[in-house]
Design a protein around this ligand. Structure first.
Ligand SMILES: *[C@@H]1O[C@H](CO)[C@@H](O)[C@H](O)[C@H]1NC(C)=O
Ligand SMILES: *[C@@H]1O[C@H](CO)[C@@H](O)[C@H](O)[C@H]1NC(C)=O
Ligand SMILES: *[C@@H]1O[C@H](CO)[C@@H](O)[C@H](O)[C@H]1NC(C)=O
Ligand SMILES: *[C@@H]1O[C@H](CO)[C@@H](O)[C@H](O)[C@H]1NC(C)=O
Ligand SMILES: *[C@@H]1O[C@H](CO)[C@@H](O)[C@H](O)[C@H]1NC(C)=O
Ligand SMILES: *[C@@H]1O[C@H](CO)[C@@H](O)[C@H](O)[C@H]1NC(C)=O
Ligand SMILES: *[C@@H]1O[C@H](CO)[C@@H](O)[C@H](O)[C@H]1NC(C)=O
Ligand SMILES: *[C@@H]1O[C@H](CO)[C@@H](O)[C@H](O)[C@H]1NC(C)=O
Length: 628
């Protein structure tokens, strides 16, 4: 028994191995938004990861507006209180070419009755904008685009337009062939193909690639169904015959797509398909054909021109001749610029022929946005954390793109040399900021203005003014008035040679205004330093005390000590001397009678000396010593 199993297993391995060696499975990442656990869905037991990689939002139960929405029970919605920009940032996506798709839903609560209208972007490029009525159209309940991902991440963002909270059911990132949908020289990293329409003709049922058992490198595309372009003037056709050349690189179209078609009638041999589009865009149109009508057996029997909005783009299309056989797939693609609001595809047969078509794909060619400098985005994130930016700012995704939805409080400028966006202004007046200004603000090298002033109810930024501000060369306006900044004005601000306006009034700053800064301000720039704890040093402010070094301060302290010591010593000396004198006087007073007697005595001696010279001299010399 075990031996049999082993043999079977070995056989299976033998057969499976060459196929898997030939081409590894494409990368596929599917997320069931709002789901607390991984989910598997029929018919192919597809794995959807539990919710992750979101920037915020709230999980909820979902109402699916369409049967084509994957059978998932949950969604994630993003209330406006969390900011207008919300994203899924998925890491670990191998560099490659991807079909990125996201389905929308409705929150299953009575208060969320209205369909939300919002915009969708991939890697900073807008790829969709919901318009009212989207819940009634199967092919509008999702947004899809083919895009190159080359920084190992996929960023999908949802942008509020003020009409309800974006609500997302699922996200799919499905790898496709590197050259999928190659349409010409403009194709590549710089372009994104936004799916506008995918139609399977003559087919009564909308299908995904998996329903067709299509190749997994085809990206599990959704094919809407159409059975007639203009009722009564065309007819459906289908076949059970197998179709050759269908599932080929780079697009791997499912064979079943070519087994149904719409064809004209004898009375009305041409075919017309008209769809609504956004005006003034370029579109990539892909048309699919296979000769599946038994009445046409060879080249020359079905020949037609293809016109788009009246311009002939393919002349004399002969399916059998061009594909090489009956029941063989033929794919034609072309690029058209459309100025109006409709795109009409016309198949105009030659005399005696009838037109046929199996499927239609229409993509808008979108120029991929350049992103904001990575260093500046990082600096902004640090700044955001430092300032304790209120949640309603959001600040998710890219600061400058999509250009329709920049972050609030940020001014952007495109640098065509570096081909990226840079931040040239911060406008955060009166926004309830209450943290500190991160020194990393200097990472925003291209800033020209910083406005973070406060009115009565607004900001209250604390701590010092970062000295790194002095390294932003083009800074012209710095308004930090009415915050709670303290410390001194950094010397480095003197390096800001472009400074035109400096408002630091209404803070708790102290110390000397840097000399270089003062000089500049006095030469034309406007400034306001009033209402601070104690700034000094330029006209209009108090003069500063002498500037003393630490050494000088120690010196002064030392001198003061010495002086005090001297004073004490002097006092002590004076007091002692005073005491001595007092005592001496007291002694003198006490000895006065004897002193008089001595005087008389000495006079007597002097008198005696005059009489007796030799003996008297020694007595006179000793006389004064007796008196002192
Ligand atoms: C979602 O629905 C389930 C039942 O299907 C219920 O138990 C759960 O509480 C609901 N969750 C929310 C957030 O309403
Ligand atoms: C699409 O058409 C262009 C020419 O217009 C052609 O070079 C290209 O190979 C076609 N792409 C595919 C995938 O057939
Ligand atoms: C359409 O394509 C043409 C030629 O490549 C280009 O000049 C033009 O800017 C494009 N228009 C739009 C709206 O992208
Ligand atoms: C400031 O930037 C440096 C270098 O980019 C980084 O190491 C540091 O963590 C940042 N500071 C903060 C507060 O995030
Ligand atoms: C664009 O970037 C380059 C290189 O960093 C710089 O030299 C140039 O001044 C920048 N141009 C503008 C308009 O900012
Ligand atoms: C402060 O500024 C904010 C935003 O500019 C404004 O909405 C608010 O009314 C202002 N408050 C006062 C007291 O001026
Ligand atoms: C500035 O204020 C902060 C608290 O807001 C305090 O910790 C810090 O010591 C103050 N710095 C100076 C120089 O006064
Ligand atoms: C400077 O700020 C004070 C309030 O702090 C204000 O009263 C004064 O008008 C301002 N001066 C100038 C020139 O703007």
């Amino acid at each position: 028994m075990l031996g049999h199993l082993l043999l079977l297993w070995l056989l299976a391995l033998l057969f499976a191995l060459p196929a898997s060696l030939a081409r590894p499975a494409p990368f596929a990442m599917r997320i069931s938004c709002g789901a607390p656990e991984d989910v598997h869905t029929p018919p192919t037991n597809t794995l959807w990861y539990k919710d992750f990689a979101y920037t915020g939002g709230i999980p909820a139960n979902a109402t699916s507006p369409s049967f084509i929405t994957p059978p998932l029970k949950t969604l994630r919605y993003f209330p406006l209180s969390e900011g207008p920009e919300n994203c899924y940032n998925i890491n670990g996506v191998p560099i490659g070419h991807y079909l990125v798709r996201t389905f929308f839903g409705l929150v299953a609560q009575p208060s969320f009755d209205n369909e939300p209208l919002f915009d969708i972007s991939v890697e900073g490029t807008q790829i969709g904008s919901l318009s009212s009525g989207w819940t009634n159209h199967d092919d509008q309940v999702f947004a899809e685009a083919s895009v190159f991902l080359f920084d190992n991440t996929a960023s999908l963002c949802f942008h509020s337009t003020g009409h309800g909270d974006p609500a997302i059911v699922s996200i799919e990132i499905l790898q496709v062939d590197d050259r999928a949908y190659y349409f010409g020289p403009d194709w590549g990293r710089g372009t994104i193909l936004r799916t506008v329409k995918r139609l399977s003709c003559g087919n009564g049922k909308a299908k995904f690639g998996t329903d067709y058992s299509g190749d997994q490198w085809g990206g599990d595309r959704f094919w809407d169904s159409v059975t007639t372009f203009r009722s009564g003037s065309d007819q459906e056709k289908s076949t059970e015959e197998s179709i050759t050349q269908a599932s080929l690189s780079p697009n791997y179209y499912p064979e079943g797509l070519y087994q149904t078609a719409i064809i004209g009638t004898d009375q009305q041999p041409d075919l017309d398909y008209t769809m609504d589009v956004d005006p003034n865009r370029n579109y990539s149109v892909w048309l699919h054909f296979a000769e599946i009508d038994t009445s046409v057996t060879g080249a020359g029997q079905r020949v037609f021109d293809v016109l788009i909005n009246g311009d002939t783009l393919f002349q004399g299309v002969d399916i059998i001749k061009m594909s090489g056989d009956r029941y063989a797939a033929l794919v034609l693609n072309t690029t058209v610029a459309v100025s109006g609001r409709t795109l009409t595809i016309t198949l105009q047969p030659k005399e005696g022929n009838i037109a046929l078509i199996n499927a239609i794909e229409v993509f808008e060619i979108v120029i991929a946005e350049s992103k904001t400098s990575v260093d500046e985005v990082r600096a902004l994130q640090t700044l955001k954390d430092g300032l304790v930016l209120p949640l309603r700012f959001g600040w998710n995704g890219d600061p400058c793109v999509p250009q329709q939805h920049p972050w609030s409080g940020i001014d952007c400028r495109f640098n065509s040399t570096r081909n990226n966006w840079v931040i040239d202004g911060l406008g955060l007046d009166n926004q309830g900021l209450r943290g500190f200004l991160s020194p990393n603000v200097s990472g925003l090298l291209h800033l020209q203005s910083i406005r973070m002033c406060r009115n009565l109810s607004g900001n209250s930024i604390q701590g010092p003014i970062p000295s790194s501000l002095g390294t932003i060369p083009s800074l012209e306006i710095l308004d930090l008035s009415y915050n709670s900044l303290n410390g001194s004005i950094p010397e480095t601000l003197g390096q800001l040679t472009s400074l035109k306006k400096l408002n630091l009034n209404g803070n708790s700053l102290s110390g000397k205004v840097p000399t270089a800064l003062g000089g500049r301000l006095l030469h034309g720039a406007s400034f306001n330093f009033t209402d601070n704890a104690g700034l000094c040093g330029i006209p209009g402010l108090p003069t500063c005390g002498p500037h003393l070094s630490a050494g000088a301060k120690v010196g002064i302290a030392f001198s003061a000590c010495v002086a005090l010591l001297l004073l004490v010593m002097c006092s002590v000396c004076w007091w002692k001397r005073h005491q001595n004198i007092l005592r001496a006087k007291q002694i003198a007073a006490r000895e006065a009678p004897y002193a008089k007697a001595r005087t008389h005595f000495s006079r007597d001696i002097q008198l005696a000396r005059h009489q007796n010279n030799g003996h008297a001299r020694s007595a006179t010399e000793n006389g004064p010593s007796l008196l002192s």
